[in-house]
Design a protein around this ligand. Sequence first.
Ligand code: MG
Length: 277
Amino acid sequence: MLPPGGRQPTSFPFKAMKTIARISLTVFVLFSASALFAAEDAPGYTDTPLIPGSPWKVHDQARPQPPKVEPGRGDLRRQPPSDAVVLFDGTNLDRWKGADDAKKRDGIKDGAFDILATGQLSTIEEFGDCQLHLEWMTPETPEDRMNWGNSGVFLLGCIEIQVLESHDSFIYADGNAGAIYGQYPPLVNPARRPGQWQSFDIIFTAPKIENGKQVEPAYLTLFYNGVLVQNHSEILGKAAHRDVPGVLNVDKGPVILQQHGSAVKFRNIWVRPINGE
Ligand code: MG
């Protein structure tokens, strides 16, 4: 149907159509090739199982990276409230268990400790529902790119909030700093540059366990450098690498700081048990 006063368009020349088709095909081939190369370069996996309840696979190469945001200020050097359990005030690691007491002592310098020097640490006390504040810094100089600044904060001793140099997001989405490892990428990426202090403020609700089985899941909210990156995320289970989360059957456990071959520093760590825990 032509509009009033409209004219029948002239038929498109066949030769021009062929040229357009050829150009389109070339563009398509080039685009596909670049997408293929990009996928090959992208960190992550294509052969891992699906995360339960998610369209994404564990460490999915295709999962979108969280958008970057510049954090504001004011999240660092936060003073513990009067009812907090101070886990590290810059002077000693008496509330932590490590493999080697001498390393634990010698790893402290200038009010911070280096997890590569101290070795992996685990709180002596166990926690369930809690608010946890801690500050960390990845090494300034590049290490192995996939492992630069790798550490982690484990709640209940088995749920990992990833610590990693993520300013340039060189890992699969669910492995970035602020991810619940292997489950949820951070909502956004507010990473500071390596060699700068960063903070986590965690609000954790432990699962309800009855007769050794989970009857209500755990939930985790996380502010990373003062920015909300996990919003009441339902914990799917214990942290796993390249596998679905493991069965979670504990409602209390230590906070563990992971030694993963990188000289990540920590300072100003305090926790507030909540909900009568
Ligand atoms: Mg880690």
